[in-house]
Design a protein around this ligand. Structure first.
Ligand code: FAD
Length: 445
């Protein structure tokens, strides 16, 4: 067996490779936290001959803003590049993942969400249509206004099970409701996304504020008061993010906010800010007016993205695979989740908590040494058992990849596995698309 690396500089190269039906893992910017790229060759089990690691990030990029405000993009376009392109034309993205260097076509594959999900919902709802290359290298188009279609008779039972999860950003398995869903959250196991049409919004002025709070481990009353207060203000507040006091240690001293405080950030439409300040922030019992501060947009993004990036780097340095969570729970289970994280914080391993607070969707990260890793993983197994009981979503944002497969098994019953197997036979008959993915390998002819 040999791993062979390939980079595609044109659609023609990619199509030629697809026609060979060789087993391959296709990647874009390599920012996925569930694919340990630095160890990928040892973690992709494969014993049947050559296996290809295929780089899509050099496919020629292009962007076009349509008269109706939709953005059509092809090839290697990152969130950062699309935002810049749109802002120059008075528009903005509705999705803003913390890692802006990721590619938008890959965001389809991972069913990307992000900070602005609070105000605009997840990316899936913003995709109007997309194009992909199938196992024969043929281009296919899928549209949002067409229903999902498959010859499998397992779709109905799959859809019924999905009802438990329909209010989450991403469920433990893909939606498979609209035609576009074939490519959304399927992590490159059904084909290669090459072109996307997404909705955008007017680039209105935004005001960013943060509030200093006590540490959540000691008292989360103020946090929960904010959580409840912002819920029905999603038309004015685009995002509601948390960095806890532990996160500040991952920033340079002059970038840290507060003094041993947790921090909640709000991104607010500037023309609604006075109303939000007067009607929401001034009425908080647990947050004084002197604890609310304005922050520049670029500083907010720098600080917010700085923490997960620093954790990512520290884990690589320590030689450990990321030990972090991505759970979303319903609002009525949010304090149960915080209580669980309190318990998790008491096992004597460094940790921090951050993420999409307004959506009850947080990332709890341990920073273990190699020796400490197994007790952290035991704690997470207990968490996933709880999330299952709470009917929460274990991986609402970063997907399953390779490193979360062990934990997702409990969430995939016969209805899900049968449909995955049928879709793999239909769309990946040669087993060429990431055969080690959560949908399982297709039977090779
Ligand atoms: C600091 C940090 C912050 C993050 N914040 C967020 C966040 O806020 N929201 C969020 O959703 N994610 C977040 N992520 C996770 C990651 O950025 C996303 O999953 C992103 O969509 C991955 O994009 P990529 O270009 O790096 O894809 P890659 O890592 O290269 O690939 C990811 C997966 O997509 C598949 N894939 C890639 N390109 C294609 C394609 N063209 N067609 C089909 N399949 C493809 C791959 O096979 C793989 O399974 C964060 C990651 C980091 C490191």
């Amino acid at each position: 067996m040999a791993f062979i690396s390939k980079t595609f500089y044109s659609s023609e190269d990619l199509i030629s490779h697809l026609k060979t039906h060789q087993p391959s893992f296709y990647f874009s910017s390599k920012t996925s936290t569930v694919i340990p790229y630095d160890k990928i060759e040892s973690l992709l089990p494969w014993s049947k001959g050559d296996y290809f690691l295929c780089d899509l990030s050099k496919l020629p990029p292009s962007m076009e803003l349509k008269a109706n405000g939709n953005l059509v993009l092809k090839g290697g376009v990152s969130w950062e590049e699309a935002k810049k392109f749109l802002r120059a034309k008075g528009r903005n993205l509705k999705t803003s993942p913390t890692e802006q260097l990721a590619l938008i076509t890959a965001g389809i594959a991972t069913s990307c969400t992000g900070e602005r999900c609070f105000g605009f919902g997840n990316m899936r709802t913003q995709v109007v249509s997309l194009k992909y290359l199938n196992y024969n290298g043929e281009e296919k188009e899928l549209k949002r206004d067409q229903n999902f279609s498959t010859s499998s008779h397992h779709l109905d039972s799959y859809q019924q099970d999905f009802n438990f999860y329909k209010n989450f950003k991403n469920a433990p398995y893909p939606r498979f409701e609209k035609a576009i869903d074939l490519m959304i959250g399927t992590e490159g196991q059904m084909g290669i996304v090459t072109e996307v049409e997404i909705e955008t919004v007017e680039n209105y002025d935004l005001t960013y504020v943060f509030m200093l709070l006590p540490r959540w481990e000691q008292n989360y009353e103020a946090h929960m008061e904010i959580f409840k207060a912002v819920q029905n203000k999603r038309d004015a507040i685009m995002s509601c993010e948390l960095l806890d006091a532990n996160c500040m240690n991952y920033l340079k001293p002059d970038e840290r906010l507060g003094n041993n405080n947790d921090v909640i950030f709000l991104e607010v439409k500037s023309d609604r800010f006075e109303e939000i300040y007067g009607n929401v922030l001034c009425h908080l019992q647990h947050v004084g007016a002197d604890q609310v501060f304005e922050i520049a947009e670029n500083k907010f993004h720098h600080v917010r993205a700085g923490v997960p990036r620093a954790i990512f780097e520290e884990n690589s340095r320590m030689g450990v695979v990321k030990v972090g969570t991505d759970c979303q729970v319903s609002a009525d289970k949010f304090t149960d989740l915080l209580n669980f994280y309190r318990k998790a914080s008491q096992i004597g391993v460094r940790y921090c908590l951050f993420g999409h607070f307004g959506d009850a969707h947080l990332h709890y990260n341990y920073m273990p040494s190699k020796e400490e890793t197994s007790k952290c993983l035991d704690m997470f197994q207990e968490l996933y058992n709880q999330v299952y009981e709470w009917h929460g979503s274990p991986f609402a944002e970063h997907g399953i990849g390779l490193i979360k497969q062990k934990y997702i098994k409990k969430f995939h019953g016969p209805h899900q596995l049968n449909l995955f197997a049928d879709l793999k036979k239909e769309h990946d008959p040669f087993g060429q698309f990431f055969p080690q993915g959560f949908m399982g390998a297709a039977e090779t002819p």
